[in-house]
Design a protein around this ligand. Structure first.
Ligand SMILES: [Fe+2]
Length: 132
C-alpha cells in the first residue's frame, strides 16, 4: 500500500512562484488521486492474481504505471521544491547542454514542448474510470 508523504513545508511556502491554492490542488487532490488510484489498482491486481483472471491485465498494468509514477513524480516535486537551487546551470552543465542541444534556449524550448505532451498534462481515461 502506498501512503502519501507529508508536505515538507506549508502550502504557502512556495509563493510567489507557486500559489498556495495551486500547491493545495496538487497535494490534496492530484497527488492524493495518484496515491489512491495506485492502491485501488494494486487491489485489483491482487484480486486478479487470487482469481487467476488476467483478462484486464494490460489495462491494470498501464494504470499501475501511470498512477504509481504520478505519485512518485509528485513526491519528487514536493521534496525538491523549496530547496534553493541555482537558476542557471553550472559551466560544465551548460557546456554539455550546448553540446547536446545547441544552446540553453534550445534545451529549454524542447523541454517545454515535451512537457506539454506528457500524459499527465491533460485529463485521461483509465481502467478505473476516474479522471483527475
Ligand atoms: Fe500535480
Amino acid at each position: 500500500m502506498v501512503k502519501m508523504i507529508p508536505l515538507p513545508y506549508n502550502l504557502n511556502a512556495l509563493e510567489p512562484y507557486y500559489s498556495k491554492e495551486t500547491l493545495d490542488i496538487h497535494y490534496h487532490i492530484l497527488y492524493k488521486g495518484y496515491v489512491d488510484n495506485t492502491n485501488k489498482t494494486e487491489e485489483k491486481l491482487a484480486k486478479a492474481r487470487l482469481e487467476n483472471n488476467f483478462e484486464g491485465i494490460k489495462c491494470l498494468e498501464r494504470d499501475l504505471s501511470f498512477y504509481g509514477s504520478g505519485a512518485i513524480l509528485h513526491e519528487l516535486f514536493f521534496m525538491n521544491m523549496g530547496i534553493p537551487i541555482p537558476t542557471t546551470p553550472s559551466n560544465q552543465l551548460l557546456e554539455q547542454i550546448t553540446k547536446d542541444f545547441g544552446g540553453f534556449d534550445k534545451f529549454q524550448n524542447q523541454f517545454i514542448e515535451a512537457s506539454k505532451t506528457v500524459e499527465a498534462s491533460r485529463l485521461v481515461h483509465t481502467c478505473l474510470g476516474s479522471k483527475f
